[in-house]
Design a protein around this ligand. Structure first.
Ligand SMILES: [Zn+2]
Length: 81
């Protein structure tokens, strides 16, 4: 049986205003967190502690810093906590 009514969008594709606000809030929180990490890395640079783990004070491998220059802890310390 053919109908003239277009199929409706699935419920999962409908975003409410609350969904949009929640997504934007989440994005802003993520950006703020990233900015805080970058500012902390810049402060470590200013104090000559960039590349030094903030927990064990050992070196953070350069290849890991190249992937994420804002890292504060070495891989061993990151895996513990
Ligand atoms: Zn460490």
């Amino acid at each position: 049986m053919k109908t003239d009514i277009a199929p409706s969008a699935p419920d999962c594709l409908l975003l409410t205003q609350a969904d949009v606000v929640s997504t934007r809030r989440h994005d802003l929180l993520e950006r703020n967190r990233l900015l805080a990490r970058i500012e902390a890395a810049l402060a470590r640079m200013e104090h000559g502690r960039f590349g030094v783990c903030t927990q064990c004070h050992g070196p953070i491998p350069m290849q890991i810093l190249e992937a994420d220059p804002a890292l504060a802890r070495c891989p061993d310390c990151r895996n513990v906590c």
